[in-house]
Design a protein around this ligand. Structure first.
Ligand SMILES: Cc1ncc(COP(=O)(O)O)c(C=O)c1O
Length: 409
């Protein structure tokens, strides 16, 4: 699959220059077709019984787990399907055993959701939150180390920062956390799909990733990775019936057995599936996610990363030529697909975003802790022409701004 033919999978690109996978991305035809096929099943119940239809739906959903595992080089039983990054992070916050006075580290430029679960644990249970400062938008492992006390139990971090795309050195952070016996929880939603993460090479305890940004899944499904050798130390959430081990003869048979009783000793599934809510689930979401994941795995994550990096380089070079300042770090190891630029003031940034949107060039305006600006997301479906159109429109905006600020004769 080459990158030009991938564009055919995204009909939205015929009408717009879509440079905003970091927000809610567009879905490929294959994912939408898979969901439509599922909806047909919902419409017609093609199986001989509704019970069989339910079981078939569960199997279609389950296909997303091994694909998500493959994406990050994990085992299938280390992956739970969740609704979103937020749900994955909330599960992580409740599962890691923390007591009053335990310290959690969170970085200053994070998206709010990275902090919210632990802010609630601070308010309800008295854990302590320490905020790791950034230096010029970058996060350094020595700053994390400096805030680690003997009560520090957990670090939560986005592998790529949402507002300006800084990518942290996960290897170094992972080594620090392991050396100190500290849990490492990673929010990977702004990275996976653009730049791979290998959880064998880089040990992470829990990793949450929604599907709707860089994984181009149509809606409502992502995954939570839980490292197998840490599971015994976690407190799993309340299980639902689908997290109960499948009885001998299968569920269909079980429900037809007159003697079954609801109150009994239950055995729950082993592995990350134990962390799923365990009822009739978001089937279309998981089916769409599975189809999108297939596209990424077929295209090859390293090839995509190369393509994304090349587009980022072109964009940065073009912005340099226009004299526009870039807040995303230049080094390849320190960024993924986001390139954020600023014209100097929030008002000018808002004005150029309006100018771009009016020309159907889709980007976003994003800030936290004083970092950010006009966020551009370069993804596998983007090409040189997309970057060219953005740069041309930015130059046009600058010329217009220069004319309107020139003294009138
Ligand atoms: C770093 C980060 N984490 C989490 C989220 C929220 O993701 P979800 O909607 O999957 O919970 C966002 C959305 O912008 C984000 O940028």
């Amino acid at each position: 699959m080459n990158f030009e033919s991938i564009r055919d999978e995204f009909p939205a690109l015929r009408e717009k220059t879509f440079l905003d996978a970091a927000c809610v991305s567009i879905a490929p035809r294959s994912a939408v077709a898979a969901v439509q096929e599922f909806l047909e099943r919902a419409l017609t119940c093609p199986e001989p019984s509704a019970t069989r239809n339910h079981i078939a739906m569960d199997e279609l959903r389950a296909a997303a787990r091994p694909l998500a595992a493959q994406l990050i080089n994990a085992r299938e039983d280390e992956v739970a399907l969740v609704e979103s990054t937020s749900q994955g992070l909330a599960i992580a916050a409740q599962a890691v055993p923390l007591a009053a006075g335990d310290r959690v580290l969170v970085a200053a430029p994070e998206f709010m959701e990275v902090a919210i679960p632990w802010c609630q644990l601070r308010d309800r249970e008295g854990i302590e939150l320490a905020v790791v400062p950034h230096r010029d938008g970058k996060l350094f492992v020595d700053e994390f180390a400096a805030l680690m006390t003997d009560r520090t139990r957990l670090v939560v971090v986005s592998s790529v920062q949402w507002s300006h795309g800084y990518r942290i050195d996960l290897n170094a952070l992972s080594a620090l956390c392991r050396a100190r016996g500290v849990w490492l929880v990673v929010d990977a939603i702004q990275q996976l799909g653009a730049v791979p993460i290998d959880v064998q090479a880089t040990p992470i305890d829990l990793l949450a990733c929604g599907g709707h940004k860089w994984l181009n899944a149509p809606f409502g499904c992502g995954f939570l990775y839980i490292r197998r050798d840490r599971m015994q130390d976690l407190r799993p959430p309340m299980a639902g019936y689908l997290a109960v081990e499948t009885p001998e003869g299968g569920w269909g048979n079980y429900f037809q057995t007159p003697s079954i009783q609801p109150v009994r000793d239950y055995h729950y599934v082993e592995g990350a599936r134990r962390y799923e809510a365990g009822g009739t689930a978001n089937y279309p979401g998981a089916i769409g996610l599975a189809a999108s994941l297939r596209m990424f795995l077929e295209a090859g994550q390293e090839r995509i990363a190369e393509h994304v990096w090349t587009l980022g380089e072109k964009l940065m070079t073009g912005l340099d030529r226009l004299g526009i300042s870039v807040s995303t770090p230049r080094e390849r190891a320190e960024r993924a697909g986001i390139v954020t630029f600023s014209l100097g003031s929030p008002e000018q940034n808002a004005a150029i975003v309006e100018h771009l949107l009016a020309r159907r060039i889709l980007v976003s305006l994003r800030y936290t802790a004083g970092i950010g600006g006009v966020r551009v997301a370069c993804h596998l479906f983007n090409n040189d022409s997309d970057i060219g159109r953005l740069l041309e429109a930015a130059g046009e905006f600058q010329r217009g701004a220069a004319r309107s600020s020139a003294p009138r004769p």
